[in-house]
Each structure stands twice: as structure tokens, then as C-alpha cells.
Design a protein around this ligand. Structure first.
Ligand SMILES: C[C@H](Nc1nc(-c2c[nH]c3ncc(Cl)cc23)ncc1F)C(=O)NCC(F)(F)F
Length: 296
């Protein structure tokens, strides 16, 4: 069942640095160096922080999910490492040296043009189209979960909240509200905890807004919503306030210098009724069409 290259021996995993902390795990930069001469590959190793049973099964599901995905626009699974000491499993993935999209934008925003933003958008859309073809709902699509592989390639990562849509249904209903901030959630996810390909589309619209805001922290979705609602409001009533705003047809304001066609794509992703939202394949065409405009 586990091909040989899937198993990484812990004694050859050399810790280098902490890359970041996710929902319930942390990701470390390591070198897998069986020859002990620093010629081994750099890898990203995710391990569970807390060993609460719920998260162990969630982590097993995350490993199951990412190991089943084979797409240029999704971070690659490399294998697992059975940590004897910690009695835990570690997830070994490819290491993307350009880091998170948010960090990349902070550093390079001056020379990222509209065409490159649209290229990144179209790659995320292709990754999501593939995910949908496997009947997965990501449920946490956000710029913080996009990695940069090179100046011209981004990949979707972090499948900690990803679920499979049952064959007889169009959506997945979670039992308790998740950790992910509601500012990326479709209305039906806030009000009924329903997640579907169409709720991923809503989140894609939010990611488009983040891209065209160059992931500027001062204008991120959470900040803009809280400014509108009032910072005195605490969650969970924050969710209700946001839901009422969305019902009243308030939406995130267009980012400055955002091409009108791109803003119109965001607005289509943010149709209140999920069936009025575009599919990832039609989104692909809308983005390619905007890309053509940018060429003229
Ligand atoms: C918790 C971890 N956080 C971070 N990871 C990296 C990173 C660089 N290069 C990487 N290569 C492979 C991986 Cl899996 C991560 C990184 N950089 C900064 C981080 F804060 C993470 O997984 N974040 C989700 C996502 F990967 F989508 F960004």
C-alpha cells in the first residue's frame, strides 16, 4: 500500500527551521539527508501540535487527502515519517522556497503586474477545478493557504479542513463551527455550516480580492469587515453581523486600481444564492478573458 519512497526515516530528517504554524500543526523546514553530507533534499514536514484524538483523525484525513492529489497547482505530497519517540506521524511535503503568497506579495508587490495576478488567479482556479473533480471541498481557501513555487507559479496547500462531498449530496455539512475565520465563508456556510464547490467559489472570490489588494494586511477581508461592523463586536455575533450585511447586499469594496472586469468576477463569486455563482471552469474563461484585456 505505501510505496517505498513514501517512508522517511526520522533519523535522517535534519531540522533547519520552523516555517509556520497551521490550524493544528506546525510545519518545519528539514533536510532529508541519508548520506549525512548535506546533499539531501529540503522538505517541509508537518506534525501535529496537540494530540487530542479529534485532531489525530483530522491529521490522518489530511494525509489521506494530500497523498491522493496529483496536480501542478497543489503542493506535492512526498511521504510520511513514523516518529517513534513521539508515537506520531509526520507529513513530508515538497518545500517551496518562495514561501507563502502573503509573504511574497509583501516583498515583491512593486514588480507584480496585473497580468501576473491574473496568472496566479488562473493557477489557483485550475488547482480548485482539479480538487472539485476529485469531489473534495477545500473549506479554507485563502491567500494564507497559497504557496509560491516560483515567480510564475503558485500552489494550493493546507488540506486540514478539506472534506469529501458524499456521492448522494451536493454539499458537506459540518457539525460544529470551524476555526477558519468567517470572513472567507459563503453565507450558507455561516448560517447552515454547509460547504460545497459553490462555497469554495465564494472563497475564491475573496482570494481574488486578496490578490488584487497585494495581500495588504491593512486591507485584508477580516480588517475591512470589522471596520464595517465595528470592532466592539465579538464573535460569534460577528458572524451574524456579517451574514446580515451580506443579506443587505454589502460586499467587500473593490481594491484600489482593480480592473472593473476583475471586480465583476469577484461579484459573481459573491452571489448570495450559491447556484448563481460561476463554476471553476467558467471562472477560468472569465480570467483568461481578463488576461487578454491586459495584453492590449
Ligand atoms: C503552517 C505553514 N506555514 C508556513 N509555511 C511556509 C512555507 C514555505 N515554504 C513551504 N513549503 C511547503 C509548505 Cl507545506 C509550507 C511552506 N511559509 C510560511 C508559513 F507560515 C503552512 O503550511 N502554511 C500553509 C501554506 F502552506 F499553505 F502556506
Amino acid at each position: 500500500k505505501k510505496q517505498q519512497q513514501d517512508v522517511f526515516e526520522e533519523r535522517y530528517l535534519r531540522f533547519i527551521s520552523i516555517l509556520g504554524k497551521g490550524n493544528f500543526g506546525s510545519v518545519e523546514l528539514c533536510r532529508y539527508d541519508p548520506w549525512g553530507d548535506n546533499t539531501g533534499d529540503l522538505v517541509a514536514v508537518k506534525e501535529l501540535q496537540s494530540n487530542k484524538q479529534a485532531t489525530v483523525t483530522d491529521f490522518q484525513r489530511e494525509i489521506q487527502t494530500i497523498s491522493s492529489l496529483h496536480c501542478d497547482y497543489i503542493v506535492k505530497y512526498k511521504g510520511i515519517c513514523y516518529s517513534t519517540g513521539r508515537l506520531s506521524t509526520k507529513l513530508v511535503m515538497e518545500y517551496l522556497p518562495y514561501g507563502s503568497l502573503i509573504g511574497y506579495m509583501e516583498k515583491h508587490r512593486q514588480n507584480v503586474c496585473t497580468r501576473r495576478l491574473l496568472l496566479f488567479a488562473s493557477q489557483i482556479c485550475k488547482g480548485m477545478e482539479y480538487l472539485q473533480s476529485m469531489r473534495y471541498v477545500h473549506r479554507d481557501l485563502a491567500a494564507r493557504n497559497i504557496l509560491v513555487a516560483s515567480d510564475t507559479l503558485v500552489k494550493i496547500a493546507d488540506f486540514g479542513l478539506t472534506k469529501i462531498i458524499p456521492v448522494d449530496k451536493e454539499y458537506y455539512r459540518v457539525t460544529q463551527p470551524g476555526e477558519s475565520p468567517v470572513f472567507w465563508y459563503a453565507p450558507e456556510s455561516i448560517s447552515e455550516l454547509k460547504f460545497s464547490h459553490k462555497s469554495d467559489i465564494w472563497s475564491f472570490g475573496i482570494v481574488l480580492h486578496e490578490l488584487f489588494s497585494y495581500c495588504d494586511i491593512s486591507r485584508n477581508p477580516k480588517r475591512l469587515c470589522i471596520q464595517k461592523i465595528g470592532s466592539y463586536v465579538q464573535s460569534p455575533s460577528m458572524a451574524i453581523h456579517l451574514l446580515n450585511l451580506l443579506k443587505d447586499n454589502w460586499r467587500l469594496p473593490a481594491p484600489s486600481q482593480c480592473p472593473p472586469k476583475v471586480h465583476s468576477i469577484m461579484m459573481q463569486c459573491w452571489e448570495f444564492n450559491s447556484e448563481d455563482r460561476p463554476s471553476f471552469s467558467s471562472l477560468q474563461d472569465l480570467i483568461e478573458n481578463s488576461l487578454l484585456d491586459e495584453r492590449e
